[in-house]
Design a protein around this ligand. Structure first.
Ligand SMILES: Cc1cc2nc3c(=O)[nH]c(=O)nc-3n(C[C@H](O)[C@H](O)[C@H](O)COP(=O)(O)O)c2cc1C
Length: 201
């Protein structure tokens, strides 16, 4: 059984193009009885920015946490446990202002946790999550993939690499704001790439 955690992050919810790519992935995955899929929408989740009180709660041992600290630490503990329980992380990611949605960053801020998902060593950080891979389904108004202007993909790869997820595949629907013809062609290609990805899962 392959357990897939599908994370969506469009502020347009179901109308989002990245959500539509995720839905396509999900429809195909659900036709397979050897794939189990869990959906988490980080926009609906509405996590606040990571702040000092929450960060501090991570430094306190479970047994010594106050009630408030226990509650704050749960935000990260639960999301990390969810990720750990899956084999494949599928991230449906819009490009907003040249970066990832802030809601997705808030999710990563709970996942990238020293001592839990990576540790610092004399040779630099080492990821602690093992045997996982990731798939990024990206939706973009313009065209960036493969160019130096695509700072979003390296950002995602570095964050995933930090916690030990080094196998990352990408599917982009790009140029979605560059006219209907362009958009249709980009979505058709992305759908075909998703079908090929699922066949390899
Ligand atoms: C707030 C906002 C910021 C955006 N910034 C960019 C951008 O920097 N570059 C770009 O190519 N497209 C940009 N777009 C267009 C989106 O990438 C495009 O609409 C894509 O479909 C977003 O994914 P979604 O439909 O899943 O939300 C932006 C759209 C929004 C709403």
């Amino acid at each position: 059984m392959t357990r897939v955690l599908l994370v969506t992050s469009s502020i347009l919810a179901d109308q989002g193009q990245s959500t539509q790519l995720a839905r396509h992935f999900e429809r195909l995955a659900r036709q397979r009885d050897d794939i189990e899929i869990t959906h988490r929408d980080v926009v609906a989740d509405d996590l606040p920015h990571l702040g000092l009180d929450e960060l501090s709660s991570w430094q306190v041992a479970d047994a010594e946490r106050s009630e408030a600290q226990r509650e704050l630490a749960t935000r990260s503990d639960e999301r990390l446990a969810e990720l750990e329980a899956h084999d494949v992380l599928v991230l449906a990611v819009p490009l907003y202002n040249l970066g990832i949605p802030s809601q997705l960053k808030a999710w990563f801020d709970r996942i990238l946790r020293a001592g839990k998902s990576f540790r610092y060593t004399e040779n630099g950080p080492v990821g602690l999550l093992e045997g996982k891979r990731a798939i990024v389904l990206g939706a973009r108004g313009g065209q960036y993939a493969g160019s130096a202007l695509d700072t979003q993909t390296p950002h995602l790869r570095h964050m995933l690499g930090l916690i030990g997820i080094n196998e990352v595949e990408t599917v982009f629907a790009e140029g979605l704001s560059m006219g209907d013809e362009h958009k249709e062609a980009a979505l058709t290609t992305a759908h075909a790439e998703i079908e090929a990805l699922i066949a390899r899962l």
